[in-house]
Ligand binder design. Structure first.
Ligand code: ADP
Length: 499
């Protein structure tokens, strides 16, 4: 009997989802459950690991039962997850010793700043491709070992396990038999040498993390274990890596941008790990078999969230699609710029002290200009990332594949194509994250034969090309650069504001 489906588990920051895919890559059924966000202090964000697991398990059962499929019809399970989120649990009981510390959590900012002052950032960046930022898992693990009574001793005795959410789910799905992670998740921990492909003793020592706590690092596409129903778990990758795979960006120079709350852009750089000179991150795209491929990554914190802000806080629009409608009533933004630095700026500026600003307001400025400027701001931020990527990689982007909720906006994608002068392509299936995890699992069990086989499933929905004049784009980008410059360091304690 040939199983007909692959089950993808997409464990995100606000919800857990399960999607059943068939061989053509079509979604057969989806189930989604939200879970609690816990904010113990300003700047802290936690999840209850047991809720992560129970919500994920519930979506699995639901998707299988509502589609009248039996686990015998499922060839394999693929997992993709919110990255960097950190969990430490007891090996014997499977009980977490602390809540999951979420990627957004800033509690280790001072410790990161201390390491920077000690001149350690270069070492971390050279080995891991990342910055010394609380975003990544390493300093979060250390925090748990420092703050839970007796934890470091137990860790040294091999009694505790650390994992990102992928490890936690595999541990639970295999009833504690398997403690693994994959290369993409490992590379977000600040503990993993991305060039040599192993946990790094020197970095572990600096962070005082005992090796006994770490999961075994495996490739993204292989059988790690099986569930209680005997279904193999055969694919694993962090969400943005899975999306790059789901977009079939298999060749060097291919890139995808996901427009959700924020934007995450990854460009495949092949087997070469390109060190960024333009403030991007170097990351493992995926490891399949013995081959590791790399990507450059840029992250923007506020993208679609700017549209939500226009809707919920400013009440300029009643719903997200209204933004397109209003913006389309004007030729341009009339010189208005919005810099959405609501939580500082990510790549390529990395300025936690920048704050949101609007420039160029005149008496004629109206709601439509705000909507248009908001869409432009999303596209301009993304264009800045692409400029950095092209400089770093020496590769000219041939096309940009896009996905995420905000790609419902045709005008956004047209503006993006106008600014880039590069083809912007929205595929038919925009569930690329879950699809990427499904593909990785399916490749491991022979459900799909090869990447070529998968690439055939990728189909264009709409393709956008430049319509605007080069001159108008140059003017727009110049104004944008000026606006961004003026929003930088707004809250910097060392910058005196004039009274
Ligand atoms: P996430 O996975 O980060 O939660 P999604 O991929 O679900 O995000 O996308 C949600 C975002 O998409 C929201 O911030 C929302 O404002 C934006 N969005 C949804 N529809 C539209 C639209 N028609 N035009 C512009 N933005 C939109």
């Amino acid at each position: 009997m040939n199983p007909k489906y692959i089950l993808a588990l997409d464990q995100g920051t606000t919800s857990s989802r399960a999607i059943l895919f068939d061989k053509s890559g079509a979604n057969i059924a989806t189930s989604q459950k939200e879970f609690r966000q816990i904010y113990p202090q300003p700047g802290w964000v936690e999840h209850d690991p047991m809720e992560i697991w129970s919500s994920q398990r519930a979506t699995m059962s639901e998707v299988v039962s509502k589609s009248n499929v039996s686990y015998r019809d499922v060839a394999a399970i693929g997992i993709t997850n919110q990255r960097e989120t950190t969990i430490v649990w007891e090996r014997e009981t499977g009980k977490p010793i602390y809540n999951a510390i979420v990627w957004q959590d800033r509690r280790t900012a001072d410790f990161c700043a201390k390491l920077k002052r000690e001149g350690k950032e270069e070492l971390f960046t050279a080995k891991t491709g990342k910055r010394l930022d609380p975003y990544f898992s390493g300093t979060k693990v250390r925090w748990i070992l420092d703050h839970v009574d007796g934890a470091r001793d137990l860790a040294k005795q091999g009694k505790l396990a650390f994992g990102t959410v992928d490890s936690w789910l595999v541990w639970k799905l295999t009833e504690g038999k398997v403690h693994v992670t994959d290369a993409t998740n490992a590379c977000r921990t600040l503990l993993y040498n991305i060039h040599e492909g192993h946990w790094d003793d020197e970095l572990l020592e600096i962070l005082d993390i005992p090796k006994e706590i770490l999961p075994e690092v495996r490739s993204c596409s292989e059988i790690y274990g099986e569930t209680e129903y005997g279904t193999p778990i055969a694919g694993m990758a962090g969400d943005q890596h899975a999306a790059l795979f789901g977009q079939a960006c298999f060749e060097k120079g291919m890139a995808k941008n996901t427009y959700g709350t924020g934007c995450f852009m990854l460009m495949n750089t092949g087997t070469q790990a390109v060190a960024s000179k333009n403030n991007l991150l170097t990351t493992i795209a995926w490891k399949i078999g013995d081959k590791t491929e790399y990507a450059l990554e840029g992250s923007i914190f506020i993208a679609g969230a700017l549209i939500q802000w226009l809707r919920d806080e400013m009440k300029i629009i009643a719903s997200a699609p209204d933004c397109d409608k209003l913006a389309a009533t004007v030729e341009d933004s009339g010189g208005l710029y919005i810099v959405p630095a609501f939580t500082g700026l990510g790549a390529p500026h990395w300025d936690p002290y920048a704050r949101g600003a609007t420039f160029g307001i005149t008496r004629g400025t109206n709601r439509a200009h705000f909507c248009r400027a908001a869409l432009e701001a999303i596209a301009l931020q993304s264009a800045d990332l692409i400029s950095s990527m092209e400089k770093d990689s020496g590769l000219k982007l041939a096309e940009l594949r896009v996905d995420g909720g905000a790609t419902r906006s045709d005008l956004l994608l047209q503006i993006q194509a106008d600014i880039l002068g590069t083809k912007v392509i929205r595929p038919k299936n925009t569930e690329t994250t879950a699809l990427g995890a499904a593909y990785l699992a399916g490749l491991a069990v022979g459900f799909w034969e090869s990447r070529e086989d998968i690439a055939k499933n990728w189909q264009v929905d709409t393709s956008y090309e430049r319509k605007a004049s080069e001159e108008s784009v140059t003017k727009l980008r110049k104004g944008w650069d000026k606006a961004v410059t003026r929003s930088l360091k707004w809250e910097d304690p060392n910058e005196a504001h004039e009274a």
